[in-house]
Design a protein around this ligand. Structure first.
Ligand code: ZN
Length: 161
């Protein structure tokens, strides 16, 4: 990708996330985990979440290796979903994925940095890089759901909802 192209992708915002990714530490006792890989670019992501009893994402921890776009996207995601209810996060994923693919409107984020990724839709080879964290997040939410239902089936009780 040329420097010109990076400019249109809000170079500074993305480079800042790339150089110092937020929540860049794997959680020691996650309630949901997932790994993602983008073979087109070699981007790797390990994602851990802690979801509390009332269904909120308490904490996010991740290890991202790859290109600027994928690492920045993961970092921005971690900021935007922390402290949010799972139902909100699920809806957010749908909207962000649509934006990145150029199939939906721009999504405003609380961090204000998500907009920096919108330009990626103009660079088809980079869309998969930007999508990787969000696809991995879907997997992690599914993993968390599975673990919670296993817990319930385990008959430990006390965690009914
Ligand atoms: Zn990439």
């Amino acid at each position: 990708m040329t420097d010109d192209a990076l400019d249109t992708l809000y170079r500074d915002v993305l480079l800042d996330h790339y150089r110092s990714p937020r929540h860049a530490e794997i959680l020691p006792h996650p309630s949901a985990t997932a790994k993602g890989y983008n073979p087109l670019c070699g981007d790797e992501l390990e994602l851990t979440l802690s979801v509390n009893g009332s269904g909120c994402v308490d904490a996010v921890g991740l290890r991202a290796r790859g290109c600027c776009i994928s690492v920045a996207s993961a970092s921005i995601m971690s900021e935007d979903i922390e402290g949010k209810p799972i139902s909100w996060v699920k809806d957010y994923i749908v909207r962000v994925k649509a934006m990145l693919k150029g199939e939906g409107p721009a999504v405003e984020s609380e961090s204000g940095d998500l907009e920096a990724l919108e330009g990626v839709k103009k660079f088809p080879v980079r869309i998969k890089c930007a999508l990787l964290p969000w696809v991995t997040l879907e997997l992690a939410l599914r993993d968390g759901q599975k673990k919670r239902s296993e817990e319930r089936r385990g008959g430990k009780g006390g965690r009914s909802r």
